[in-house]
Design a protein around this ligand. Structure first.
Ligand SMILES: Nc1ncnc2c1ncn2[C@@H]1O[C@H](COP(=O)(O)OP(=O)(O)OP(=O)(O)O)[C@@H](O)[C@H]1O
Ligand SMILES: [Mg+2]
Length: 341
């Protein structure tokens, strides 16, 4: 009887196609129990009209067989999993209470240091208000490409061994964009979902300064492994840092630690050290909050030049003390993130 049923099913056309339901591959099993036939169907079909047609055409055909009195269809819809184009182990977000403290500089150079250690690294510039990573990475004006294998996905630009994508590559430079909350949310959500990052160990995300919509979205849409707070050492910067820390806490993002940037200045001529913005404030802040102090980066003209020229110091002068300081920070990040996970 089962064979009879299968033969009959081979004559039932799949709606809208020129072959049978059997050839379409949706018949999972057939059970016969006396006069009752149960047809088990597994389908990815999303069009309900097609399903409705099958519900009519299959029983109609099978009831033509002698001895078949009742036909039951058991339809299991297979939901296709959204194709994953990114497999990221640790998302790290850098932020600061206020602008201009060197958050992007730290993001770029630590990302490059991580790549030097052999990790697969992505760098996402989520600073919608002032995306400057394209300039710092020397990819300004590079048009965004679509992934040839996933046509609706954006391919990040590869530079100095890491994958980079910035909102700066998506909007014209100096465009006065006044992004509203919903738009920011949409843009960052798309960044996270529609980019072919491939397999990454680290995705460094450079957030806009402050505690606004971008940070919120990021925290809602991904599992951020940890946040890094960049601070300059003067006392007044600490209250801003505290805000950044509270924000991470509120979003349940573990703070990996604190980086003190523009920590001190070593005169290139005489070698004397000057604490231009004071020194050690970030370390004290970290101690007060029970956070890890990830390291201190001196003020160095080469850092600024590297940023302006699109060749970050970790690449331009890898043996310099500043580049080494960035590598130390990156090493501490690895240690901390591994300890947390
Ligand atoms: N350690 C440093 N030594 C010298 N210059 C530095 C250092 N860190 C950052 N700078 C310079 O300071 C400026 C601001 O740095 P950066 O753009 O990284 O800050 P930011 O916190 O990302 O700023 P924004 O809030 O605008 O995003 C840049 O010109 C950069 O090259
Ligand atoms: Mg920045």
């Amino acid at each position: 009887m089962k064979n009879r049923v299968m033969d009959e099913l081979k004559k039932v056309f799949y709606p809208g196609k020129t072959h049978s339901v059997v050839k379409e591959g949706i018949i999972d099993d057939v059970e016969v129990d006396g006069g009752k036939v149960i047809v088990k169907i597994k389908t990815k079909e999303k069009n309900q009209a097609v399903i409705d047609m099958l519900k009519k055409s299959i029983p109609l055909a099978l009831k033509r067989i002698d001895g078949v009195e009742d036909v039951e269809l058991q339809i299991e819809k297979i939901v296709e999993e959204k194709e994953k184009v990114a497999n990221i182990r640790w998302v790290i977000a850098t932020t600061s209470g206020k602008g201009g403290v060197g958050k992007s500089t730290v993001s770029v150079n630590t990302a490059l240091a991580l790549a030097k250690f052999g990790y697969r690294v992505g760098l996402l510039d989520a600073d919608i208000y002032g995306p400057n990573i394209p300039t710092m990475m020397g990819i300004e004006g590079v048009p965004v490409m679509l992934d040839p294998n996933h046509k609706d996905k954006i391919l990040p630009t590869e530079k100095y061994g890491i994958k980079v994508l910035s909102i700066g590559n998506l909007v014209p430079k100096d465009a006065a964009i006044i992004w509203r909350g919903a738009l920011i949310h949409q843009a960052i959500k798309q960044f996270l979902e529609d980019v072919s990052w491939g397999n990454l160990d680290f995705l460094m995300v450079d957030l806009p300064p402050g505690t606004g919509d971008a940070q919120l979205t990021l925290a809602q849409e991904t599992k951020v492994a940890g946040g890094i707070i960049v601070i300059t050492p003067q006392n007044v910067a600490m209250s801003d840092a505290a805000k950044a820390y509270d924000f991470f806490e509120k979003l349940k993002i573990p703070t990996l630690g604190v980086v003190e940037n523009m920590s001190y200045f070593v005169c290139p001529h005489c070698g004397a050290r000057t604490d231009i913005f004071d020194h050690g404030g970030a370390r004290k802040f970290a101690e007060d909050k029970g956070l890890t102090f990830l390291g201190e980066i001196p003020i160095d003209v080469e850092v600024r030049e590297g940023g302006d020229k699109g060749k970050p110091i970790v690449i331009a002068n890898p043996t310099s003390p500043v580049a080494q300081a960035f590598e130390d920070v990156a090493r501490n990040i690895v240690e901390k993130v591994k300890a947390l996970s």
